[in-house]
Design a protein around this ligand. Structure first.
Ligand code: SAM
Length: 244
């Protein structure tokens, strides 16, 4: 499978994405956005999960996202935030126009050779690039049991990207923070979560239905989950920040 097809796949599941994916914890936002920042770009903003956290802090936010369907969800949820189609490689924004750029759960989709100079161009001198990923905590047995059905291997590959994301000059050395939270959801939420993963979106319809059917069976049978109205899904949030 062409990796760029995965990167472009999200729009097809924009509704499930908006319903099911968690937001980001406050300590991650504190770490990624310097206190003096006023104008912040949410790059690869998707349906606006991180954008909402920025807008909630009364920052002057601009969102850039390549998928029209994801952008439509963002605009519906956050009508006051200016949002444009664009990518990390070509944001369409002027030089030096933002104090900070945040890329939430999306840096692994970009081409760093083109995205690093583009992000540096739109930042003012001394500006900050923040990267963040929410990854489920697979140390918890039921999480491992559910996601082993849904190709856990792909997640492990992503975890490796998170540990060593590529940025480099003109950005300085990366600083890191790992934090965590519990996402309160339910059976339908877990199914939407899996349906909004790029590697599930790109499956042929019959394979996707079979996979979601298998996950539903695990959810219905698992002793830690069956009959529960509320499911608390543990996440670890990996943050990296670096400045020009
Ligand atoms: C996992 S979603 C994350 C969305 C959002 N930032 C969030 O935290 O929920 C990944 C997003 O990256 C976008 N994306 C894919 N390739 C991109 C690129 N080259 N530049 C910017 N965004 C990209 C996708 O369209 C998708 O919306």
């Amino acid at each position: 499978m062409d990796p760029s097809a995965h990167a472009r796949s999200f729009g097809a599941a924009a509704g499930a994405y908006a319903r099911a994916r968690p937001g980001y914890p406050a300590d991650a936002v504190d770490f990624l956005v310097p206190p003096a920042a006023r104008r912040v770009l949410d790059l690869g903003a998707g349906t606006g999960k991180f954008t909402a956290a920025l807008a909630g802090r009364a920052l002057d936010v601009v969102a850039v996202e390549p998928s029209e369907q994801m952008l439509a969800e963002l605009t519906a949820a956050l009508p006051g935030v200016p949002a444009h189609r664009g990518s990390a490689e070509a944001t369409g924004l002027p030089d030096g126009c933002v104090d900070a750029v945040v890329v939430a759960q999306a840096w692994h989709w970009v081409d760093p050779a083109r995205a690093v100079p583009e992000v540096a161009r739109v930042l003012r001198p001394g500006g900050t690039l923040g990267l963040v990923w929410n990854l489920r905590d697979h140390e918890v047995p039921w999480v491992r049991d559910v996601w082993s059905v849904a190709q856990l291997r792909v997640e492990e590959e992503q975890a490796m990207e998170v540990e060593e994301p590529v940025v480099g000059p003109p950005f300085g050395p990366p600083e890191r923070l790992v934090t965590g939270f519990e996402h309160v959801t339910d059976r339908a939420g877990i199914l939407d979560l899996i349906a909004s993963r790029s590697y599930v979106i790109v499956l042929p319809e019959d394979e996707r239905a079979a996979l979601l059917g298998e996950v539903a069976e695990v959810l219905d049978r698992h002793p830690d989950l069956r009959g529960r109205d509320e499911i608390r899904l543990p996440y670890r949030t990996w943050c990296v920040r670096t400045s020009l």
